[in-house]
Design a protein around this ligand. Structure first.
Ligand code: KIV
Ligand code: ZN
Length: 514
């Protein structure tokens, strides 16, 4: 499995990074994102240099269609891909959603494993081959780029899989994706599968082979890298590895493995790795999926050295225990040298340095919140600023606004809350007393103003930075009619952040924003 050392002096081949955070990532229960959130992530992915953004599954809902369409209109430097089943209607809707993109791509799929064909599709091999021919030909007539996936490829009969791939290529597919849909394969087996496809499928050189791995056995990244060694030239992955069940291969791990071990892999990716930390935080705060502390590359402890021996080594020479620098993934401890008296232009300049170009209305809102924060907090770090601006952008569309919150509580008394909200043009107030503490009192008071049937699935608090004056980032997840909605709120006051997160989540739920 070693990369051939004869490649050493030859121009390195490029690996296409295909990000599916907005499609497979969104399929994780509770990761539903609204339009603004998807746009924000898509723009960040484009800026980071992602080659292909799978923006959604347009025929699944109007909200999904609108999001893919908007992303197609806005993103110029990445290919925009839309998912479609092997159905005429799906493919036509997918095309309508991406036809304005500078570089559009249709991704169509059908299962090829005996289990899926017999129990799910109830189709014979011949019928599946026919469906591949029809769906891929239709997609190719509409769109110059067609990605075809053999769902559950790793549990498919090899000879049939080869036939299916051959049919897809003959019908016009230019990328062939081999998903490990249920996260079942192993690095050695997946390597062998990709190699055997390369060696046995007629016309395989007319298509790019792609890996798409799920993490049910914790092997998604290893399997993807293994496929790459066997000749796959596209890797499908998501930020923080979010996705169905245990998730997908994590983009940041794949990219940093390729960069850090380039002596071994000897391929190229065109990703600005210094954006990794920021985009990981963005996806985490939008979806409410916390990143585990010891997660590779983006976990809070990924660059922390605790033991005395390690610290001693690091002080003598960082490379003793550090295989990549925190700076290479965008961790920098720069303090924003702005304070209460700073003006808009200094604020705007710093945002620009951090990669934000926002319109005047949003800038004004963010500036007001920045001034508020500067009143409460001694030092404002870039992380504070990123949390503040991201939540201003995401919550910009909300019809609900927290106008006032007063809380009175203590060890020997019930929690009393007075809360005032703005709903459209109306102001409404509620008073409430709870035996179960201030957060319960706030949520129940909000429920008095905005009645709903949703159950609270998650309430999570995380500090944006260190210190007791840190902003708290609160994530709230609500479930109604089997649908899960998540939203966040940030403030130096954890109760205010909780109220903001709760009303943002209700706003999503009320508007059924998908
Ligand atoms: O895991 C899978 O098989 C998929 C396909 C739709 C590509 O996500
Ligand atoms: Zn998948």
């Amino acid at each position: 499995m070693l990369a051939d050392s004869n490649f050493r002096n030859i121009k390195k081949e490029k690996i296409i990074i295909f990000d599916t955070t907005l499609r497979d990532g969104e399929q994780a229960p509770g990761a539903t994102m609204n339009l603004e959130e998807k746009l924000l992530i898509a723009k960040s992915l484009e800026k980071m240099g992602v080659d292909v953004i799978e923006a959604g599954f347009p025929c699944s809902s109007n909200g999904n269609f609108d999001a893919v369409k908007r992303i197609s209109q806005i993103v110029k430097n990445s290919t925009i891909c839309a998912l479609a089943r092997a159905k005429k209607n799906d493919i036509e809707i997918a095309w309508q959603s991406i036809c304005e993109a500078k570089s559009p791509r249709i991704h169509t799929f059908i299962a090829t494993s005996p289990i899926h064909m017999e129990h799910k599709l109830k189709m014979s091999e011949t019928q599946v081959l026919e469906a591949i021919k029809e769906s891929v030909s239709l997609a190719r007539n509409l769109c110059p780029q067609v990605d075809w996936s053999a769902e559950d490829a790793t549990r498919s009969n090899r000879d049939f899989l080869f036939q299916a791939i051959e049919t897809a290529i003959k019908s016009g597919a230019n990328t062939i994706n081999i998903p490990d849909t249920v996260g079942y394969t192993t690095p050695e087996e997946y390597f062998d599968l990709i190699k055997s496809i390369k060696n046995n499928v007629v016309n395989i050189d007319k298509a790019i082979l792609s890996a798409h791995c799920h993490d049910d056995l914790g092997l998604a990244v290893a399997n993807s890298l293994s496929a790459m060694l066997a000749g796959a030239r596209q890797i499908e992955c998501t930020i923080n590895g979010i996705g169905e069940r245990a998730g997908n291969a994590a983009l940041e791990e794949i990219v940093m493995a390729i960069k850090t071990r380039n002596d071994f892999y000897q391929v190229e990716v065109e990703i600005d790795t210094t954006m990794i930390t920021r985009i990981s935080k963005l996806v985490s705060s939008i979806t409410g999926f916390a990143v585990q502390y010891n997660k590779a590359i983006v976990g809070a402890n990924a660059f922390a050295h605790e033991s005395g021996i390690h610290q001693d080594g690091m002080l003598k020479n960082r490379s003793t225990y550090e295989i990549m620098t925190p700076q290479s993934v965008g961790i920098e401890k720069t303090m924003l040298k702005l304070g209460k008296l700073s003006g808009r232009s200094a604020f705007k300049d710093r945002l620009k340095e951090l990669g934000y170009e926002i319109n005047d209305q949003l800038l004004e809102q963010a500036f007001i919140r920045f001034k508020d924060l500067a009143d409460k907090k001694k030092e404002i770090s870039d992380e504070d600023l990123v949390a503040l601006v991201d939540s201003s952008i995401v919550n910009n569309q909300s019809e609900l606004e927290l106008l006032d919150l007063q809380v009175n509580c203590g060890t020997k008394k019930k929690a009393e809350v007075i809360i005032k909200l703005k709903i459209g043009d109306e102001e409404k107030q509620a008073n409430l007393v709870s035996n179960d503490g201030p957060v319960d009192a706030i949520f129940c008071a909000i429920k008095k103003i905005i009645p709903h049937e949703a159950s609270l699935e998650l309430y999570q608090v995380q500090a944006v930075t260190q210190g007791t004056d840190a902003q708290a980032n609160v994530v709230v997840r609500l479930k109604q009619n089997h649908k899960i909605y998540s939203a966040n709120g940030a403030d130096t006051d954890v109760l205010v952040a909780s109220a903001i997160a709760y009303i943002n989540c209700l706003d999503k739920l009320k508007n059924n924003k998908e």
